[in-house]
Design a protein around this ligand. Structure first.
Ligand code: ARG
Length: 401
């Protein structure tokens, strides 16, 4: 029998390190292609290649997916206003379909017959990975060792690693489970599992606490073109640089800490905290610009689309006709979302200082209460007469007055 070849979504952590050896044993000396995607995470990207090879992978690929992540995933979510259950900007959830697609591409290029990932059996990420695999490469077999292997604790995995000379990092493991990319950091487990426990300071990875943030606020000018941020403080820059910079400024001002109980795809509620300074700032700014530029019914209707779009991302159906159909709607709505939003970041808060747009629908001559007013006050009487006529008739019939 020829050797199997498995493409593994590799992070370099304990689970996927142990998994390389475990898969080779279980699948008759299978060849492992370890694939890591760079989505802008700061941690755990050093020495990955030597680690993967030392652990037994026959090949390692490090893919820089940051630009694609920003332009094809993050900006779509931002334009759609996608916040899961009104709070979570979906950093982890948005990254999964891209990582899964990249893994599929590598697997096909390397003639792999199987795909493996290190997600647990009770999370959302297994769903996102496997639904993406099913839509992009239904013929490849999917392996999720964490759902079936014999290890029941971290200690058992470490013992196995030591026994098989698998290098495990000596740094003390954080008590939290952390997933990180440029759009945000997701943090769970440890004391956070009790929803009544306030997040300890050490749970936060990048943000300063609002109490320790500077006493002078930071003011930022963000410019958008058709719903996409293109410049910061008057300087045009790439989406990636803009997000990196806003993460820094936001984090320094304690902006973007979120704490939520969320409804998972698999039916349980979980508590997770997030740090997402740039996402928080950009969603806020984008929405304020929409208030200025979107026609009333479009603005109000789009709220429903935002929720549907967030659910699609969260639930793992990114590669679906529904998502592309909603994209078409969102893209159409974003045509006038061009302009500038000025914000103040101060001790954890984001407040609006001003906004303008060449497509602003705010008409000062109509809105003003001064002499400059051009609004036709007399027309209001006739409008109200007809507008209220239905209710007036109803009342006459039902109350007999
Ligand atoms: N709750 C988030 C989601 O489902 C993040 C999941 C991963 N979290 C983590 N700390 N590893 O998208």
């Amino acid at each position: 029998m020829s050797k199997e070849k498995i493409a593994l979504a590799y992070s370099g952590g304990l689970d996927t390190s142990v998994m390389i050896k475990w898969l080779k044993d279980k699948y008759n000396g299978a060849e492992i292609v370890a694939v890591t995607g760079n989505l802008g995470q700061q941690k755990e990207i050093e020495n990955l290649e030597s680690k993967a090879i030392a652990t037994g992978a026959s090949k390692f690929q490090f893919l820089d997916l940051r630009k694609e992540f920003v332009e094809e995933y993050i900006w779509r979510a931002l334009k759609a206003g996608a916040l899961y259950e009104d709070v979570y900007p979906l950093a982890t959830a948005l990254g999964r379909p891209l990582l899964a697609k990249a893994l599929v591409d590598s697997a096909l290029a390397e003639d792999c017959t199987m795909l493996a990932h290190g997600c647990t059996g009770k999370g959302n990420d297994q769903v996102r990975f496997e639904v993406t695999f099913a839509s992009l490469a239904p013929h490849l077999k999917v392996l999720a060792p964490l759902r079936e292997w014999e290890f029941t604790s971290r200690e058992a995995e470490i013992a196995y690693a030591l026994e098989h000379n698998i290098p495990v990092s000596a740094t003390k493991k954080s008590p939290y489970s952390i997933d990180e990319n440029i759009w945000g950091i997701s943090i769970e487990c440890g004391v956070l599992e009790d929803p009544m426990v306030a997040p300890p300071e050490d749970a936060y990875q990048i943000t300063t606490s609002p109490e320790n943030a500077p006493n002078t606020p930071s003011v930022v000018d963000i410019e958008f073109e058709q719903g996409v941020p293109v410049a910061l403080d008057g300087k045009k820059m790439s989406g990636l640089d803009l997000i990196i910079r806003l993460n820094e400024i936001g984090a320094a001002n304690g902006v973007g800490r979120l704490d939520m109980i969320e409804n998972r795809v698999v039916g349980i509620k979980s508590r997770e905290i997030y740090e997402a300074p740039a996402a928080t700032i950009l969603h806020f700014a984008h929405r304020e610009l929409e208030r200025l530029t979107l026609e009333k019914s479009v603005f109000q209707y789009k709220k429903n689309i935002s929720q549907d779009y967030a659910n699609i991302i969260y639930n793992g159906t990114w590669f679906s006709p529904m998502r592309t159909a909603l994209d078409a709607f969102v893209t159409e709505t974003q045509k006038p979302v061009t302009g500038l939003v000025r914000l103040k970041l101060y001790k954890g808060g984001v407040t609006l200082l001003g906004r303008n747009s060449p497509y602003s629908l705010y008409n000062e001559e109509l809105a003003t209460y001064t002499e400059a007013d051009t609004f036709n006050h007399k027309a209001a009487a006739g409008f109200i007469h007809l507008y209220g006529l239905g209710l007036k008739t109803f009342s006459q019939v039902h109350s007999g007055k």
